[in-house]
Structure formats: C-alpha cells, structure tokens
Design a protein around this ligand. Structure first.
Ligand SMILES: C[S@@+](CC[C@H](N)C(=O)[O-])C[C@H]1O[C@@H](n2cnc3c(N)ncnc32)[C@H](O)[C@@H]1O
Length: 249
C-alpha cells in the first residue's frame, strides 16, 4: 500500500543533469505535495477560488479549469456544490499532460459522473464556450508569451456576460531590487517547507525559460487589453498574485 512518503516531492533531489521542467509522470505523481510546499498559501488560494467559483457560476453554463493538473480545484468545487445541494453543474478540466489527467480522473473518481470531464488537450487549441467561470491557476506563466494575448482573447470570447476569469501566477515586480527581495523570501519559504539548497537551485535552473513570469502591471494590462473591465488582485504574497477579471459586456 502507498504511503504519504511515496508522494513526497524529491524530483530535484539527485545530482544528475538538470533538464527543462516538464509535467511528466514523476512530477504528476508528487504534484500535490510539490504544490503545497512550493506555492505560497496554496490551500488558501484554492479556498478563495472555490468561493469565487460558486459566486460567479450560473446554472446551465460551464466552469473551465485550464491547466487543471491533478484536479484539486475541480474536486474542491465539486465538494462545495455538493455541500450546497447543487447537483446540476458542468465542469471541464483541461491539461496537456497525460500523467496529470490520469491523476485528476483518479482524484475526482466516479462521483464526477458526466458533470466533470477531464480533457487531455492543449489549452491553446481548445475551444471554450458558454463559460461563467474560467480558472487558470499557475498555468498562464507556462504559456509562450507570444501566445498569451490570443489565449486571453479567446477566453474572453468564451465567457458569458458577467463571467469571470481567475488567474494566479508567479510575478516579477516593477523594480529589480524588489523582485530580488521577494524571490529571496520565496526561497526562504521553500527551505522552511523542507527543500534543500540543492533542490531549490536545480528546480530554478529547470524552470529557466519554461516558467516566464510577467510583471504585475504587464499581466493586468494583458487582461484589460483583451476586454475585461474589472481587473483586481484578490490575493498576493511577495512574488505571487491572483487576479479576478470580470467580463461585463
Ligand atoms: C502549475 S500547474 C497548474 C496547477 C493547478 N492549476 C493547481 O491549481 O493545482 C500547470 C499545469 O498546466 C499544464 N499546462 C501547461 N501548458 C499547457 C498547455 N499548453 N495546455 C494544457 N495544459 C498545459 C501542465 O501540464 C500543468 O499540469
């Protein structure tokens, strides 16, 4: 029987060659532990997203989770719907990692029925329609910057009137000194969560040119430029921010 230790993130523990970061089998297997120890206030952000998802969901529409990984957000939303006695909803999780989709299907299990579907697809090519809520939690940062504007525009068009886009990402700050101080605090958090200096530095190298953060203003401008009217930050911790973007027209 599998125990908790088998699911502990040791992906960057060794001393072999550092390859560009990928959401492969070994990452998917330990992703929940990785997220909780690497993303500040991960559980709280998920809780806030669940609350926002329930607030903006409209009967007969769809909720999309783009880059759903192991399905944590979808599972929390499903639990919240069930606690409120809401059975008639439809959620779609999209991820282009087979391993992540497998983990998500396992986490959601048969209880998801035909209300929750996990699609293994490239979100840059997936059509979105009739959405009241679109969630992109720590995923936009992995999309080629040249493709971001087209993607956010497509999400905007797929959202219904009064719909919402919720995005969390790692960010850069407007001054390099501030960015450096924030990143130092971030690595301190990772040390406190049990990662070694070696693991931190190897992961940083693997993420180089794979995770490309925007400055907070740059990310906000991207949403405004795509047509979103109300763009606000609902959570921030040093170099991480979560945005809520409203489509009013
Ligand atoms: C950091 S994880 C997201 C975490 C997750 N949303 C959560 O809250 O736990 C980023 C995910 O985006 C997926 N991803 C990255 N680029 C993608 C693309 N072009 N199409 C679909 N999924 C993508 C990865 O496979 C990975 O599972």
């Amino acid at each position: 029987m599998e125990n908790k230790e088998d699911r502990r993130d040791r992906v960057f523990h060794g001393d072999g060659e550092v390859l560009p970061f990928e959401f492969n089998d070994s990452v998917a297997h330990v992703f929940d532990d990785m997220a909780q120890r690497s993303i500040p206030w991960y559980k709280e952000v998920q809780r806030m997203i669940t609350t926002l998802g329930l607030t903006f969901y409209r009967e007969g529409s769809q909720i999309y989770d783009l880059g759903c990984s192991t399905g944590t957000t979808l599972a929390l939303l499903a639990q919240a719907f069930s606690e409120r006695g809401i059975a008639d909803y439809r959620m779609v999780g999209i991820d282009n990692s087979e391993a992540m989709c497998r983990e998500a299907r396992e986490k959601i299990g048969p209880a998801g029925g035909d209300r929750i579907s996990i699609r293994c697809a490239d979100l840059e090519e997936t059509p979105l329609e009739n959405a009241s809520v679109v969630i992109m939690n720590y995923t936009l940062q992995f999309i080629d910057p040249l493709a971001r504007e087209e993607l956010i525009g497509r999400i905007y068009r797929g959202l219904n009137h009064n719909g919402v886009l919720i995005v969390s990402d790692k960010t850069l700050q407007s001054h390099t000194d501030t960015s450096r101080i924030f990143v130092d605090n971030y690595y301190h958090m990772k040390r406190q969560n049990g990662y070694s200096e070696m693991e931190i530095s190897r992961k940083r190298e693997a993420l180089e040119n794979v995770l490309i953060p925007y400055r907070v203003e740059e990310e906000r401008d991207l949403f405004l430029k795509s047509g979103f009217e109300g763009v606000d930050i609902f959570f921030t911790w040093f170099n991480f921010s979560s945005f809520i973007c409203l489509k009013k027209s």
